[in-house]
Design a protein around this ligand. Structure first.
Ligand code: ADP
Ligand code: ASP
Ligand code: MG
Length: 419
C-alpha cells in the first residue's frame, strides 16, 4: 500500500476515449491498494489553441490575462476525468492548482512553485477518494492564477509528489520511457531502463522535452522517485534515479537537440577590457537568457562575439544591442535563426577524454560544420546548420553505440575503448 502520483500529458487525455483509458488505469492503481493523486495536462493541442486565440487579439497579451486563459485547458480535463472515475463508482474530486494548495510567485507565464499545502488532498486520499489536480497552474499570494511555463504539468506532479511524500511519481506520456534520443527523429533510439537525475537534467535542458527541466530539478532536490511510462502500453518505463549501478555506467547516455535557438553575431567588437560584459550585460538587463557564447581571436584591434538566445527573444535582443552600438563601437549585428544545437550527454564522460574528438570527427565525416561548441562536465553541445540536425543526431547516436540493437553492447563497447 503506497501513495502514487500519476501525471498524464496532453496526448494521453487528448480525447474522451483516452480519458476513459486514463480512468481505467487510475482505477487499477487504486484497486492494487494504493492512494492515488492524479495530475493532468490540458487535452492535446488545447494550450496552443488558447494561445492562438489570445494572439488573434494582441501579439503580446497581458501576462495575467494570458494565465487566466491558459489555465482553463487543464480544468476541462480534470473535470472530465472525475466524471469518468465517478461513472466507474469511484469517489473522485477535481482541484484547480490553487484549490490543491499550490502557491507560486507572481511571475505570470513562468511562475515558480513556492509552497504547497497538501491538507485538502491528503484528507481526500485518506478517505479513499482520488484527487485530480490541474497541472501547470497555481496562484500567487494575491490569488491571481499563474502558470508554470510550457510543459509545466510535469513540475506540478513532482512538486505534489514531494509535498505528499509519495512513494513514486509516474509521468505517463506518448512514449514508453526516456530514450537515448527522441525516437521521433531517430528510429534506432533505445529506451533506457534508468537514467540519473543529473543526466536527465542535462538532457531536458538540452532540449529533450519528455520532462520539463524544473520537474527534474525538483525531483532531484526532494529525492522524489520518478518514472516515465507510456499511457498506451504496459511496461517498466524509465526510472530516474540518484545513481546508476556501476556495472551499467556507459560513457554517454543520450543525444538531445533543440531547434529553439538563434545565433547573434556582433562583428568587429573593439578589443578592450569590459566590452563583453557591457554587451552581455545589456542582454541580461533585457531579461534575455544567453546560452552558448563564443569569442573569436582578435585580428588587430577587434574581434567578433557570437552567442545564442531563444528564437522568440531575437527582436528584443537586437533592440538591446542597437541601443549600445554607438557606445561600444562595434560594426554590425547579425542574427541567424537557421541553427540547431545537438548535445551528447553522459556522466561517464567525466572520466573519459576522447568523447569530444569522436563527436567532432563524426560530424566532419558527414561534412557538417560546427559553428559553436559548449561543454560541461557531462555534456558536449555543438551549434550547427539546422538543415543537418537529423543527420547529426543519427550519426552521433550510432557512432557512440546507442542504436537500439546495440544498446546491450554499448556499455561493453565503450568499456573496451577505455582500455
Ligand atoms: P506530454 O504531452 O505527455 O507531456 P511531451 O510531448 O511533452 O508529452 O513529451 C513527450 C515527447 O518527448 C515524445 O513524444 C518525444 O517525441 C519527445 N522526446 C524528446 N526527447 C526524448 C527522449 N530522449 N526520450 C523520449 N522522448 C523524447
Ligand atoms: N498544457 C500545458 C502545455 O501544453 C502544460 C503541460 O501540458 O504540461 O504546455
Ligand atoms: Mg510534456
Amino acid at each position: 500500500m503506497g501513495l502514487i502520483v500519476q501525471k498524464f500529458g496532453g496526448t494521453s487525455v487528448g480525447s474522451i476515449e483516452r480519458i476513459e483509458a486514463v480512468a481505467e488505469r487510475v482505477c487499477r492503481t487504486q484497486a492494487d491498494g494504493h492512494q492515488v493523486a492524479v495530475v493532468l495536462s490540458a487535452m492535446g493541442g488545447e494550450t496552443d489553441r488558447l494561445l492562438d486565440l489570445a494572439h488573434q487579439i494582441q501579439p503580446d497579451p497581458a501576462p495575467r490575462e494570458l494565465d487566466m486563459l491558459l489555465a482553463t485547458g487543464e480544468q476541462v480535463s480534470i473535470a472530465l476525468l472525475c466524471m469518468a472515475l465517478r461513472r466507474r463508482g469511484r469517489q473522485a474530486r477535481s482541484y484547480t492548482g490553487a484549490q490543491a494548495g499550490i502557491r507560486t510567485d507572481a511571475a505570470h507565464n513562468r511562475a515558480r512553485i513556492q509552497t504547497i499545502d497538501p491538507a485538502a488532498l491528503r484528507a481526500d486520499l485518506q478517505a479513499g477518494r482520488i484527487a485530480v489536480v490541474a497541472g501547470f497552474q497555481g496562484a500567487d499570494a494575491a490569488s491571481n492564477i499563474t502558470t508554470l511555463g510550457r510543459g509545466g504539468s510535469d513540475t506540478s506532479a513532482v512538486a505534489l509528489a514531494a509535498a505528499l511524500e509519495a512513494d513514486e511519481c509516474q509521468i505517463y506520456t506518448d512514449v514508453d520511457g526516456v530514450y537515448t534520443t527522441d525516437p521521433r527523429v531517430c528510429e534506432s533510439a533505445a529506451r533506457l531502463e534508468q537514467i540519473t537525475f543529473e543526466e536527465m537534467l542535462e538532457m531536458a535542458s538540452q532540449g529533450a522535452r519528455v520532462l520539463q527541466i524544473r520537474a527534474v530539478e525538483f525531483a532531484g532536490k526532494y529525492r522524489v522517485p520518478l518514472r516515465v511510462l507510456s499511457s498506451f502500453t504496459e511496461g517498466p518505463g524509465t526510472l530516474i534515479s540518484l545513481e546508476k549501478p556501476n556495472m551499467e555506467k556507459p560513457i554517454v547516455s543520450g543525444v538531445a537537440f533543440n531547434r529553439d535557438e538563434a545565433k547573434i553575431s556582433i562583428l568587429q567588437v573593439p578589443e578592450k577590457p569590459g566590452v563583453a560584459a557591457r554587451i552581455l550585460g545589456a542582454v541580461a538587463e533585457a531579461n534575455i537568457e544567453v546560452d552558448v557564447i563564443i569569442q573569436n581571436t582578435a585580428h588587430g584591434a577587434s574581434n567578433d562575439l557570437s552567442f545564442t538566445v531563444h528564437r522568440n527573444d531575437v527582436p528584443r535582443t537586437l533592440t538591446a544591442l542597437e541601443s549600445i552600438k554607438a557606445e561600444v563601437g562595434f560594426a554590425a549585428i547579425e542574427a541567424d535563426d537557421k541553427i540547431a544545437k545537438v548535445s551528447l550527454v553522459g556522466v561517464g564522460m567525466r572520466s573519459h577524454a576522447g568523447v569530444a574528438s569522436k563527436m567532432f570527427g563524426t560530424l566532419a565525416e558527414e561534412g557538417i560544420n560546427i559553428q559553436m561548441i559548449s561543454t560541461s562536465e557531462i555534456k558536449i553541445a555543438v551549434i550547427i546548420d539546422e538543415r543537418y540536425l537529423e543527420l547529426a543526431v543519427r550519426s552521433i547516436h550510432s557512432a557512440f553505440g546507442l542504436d537500439a540493437q546495440g544498446i546491450d553492447n554499448a556499455v561493453q563497447e565503450q568499456e573496451n575503448e577505455r582500455i
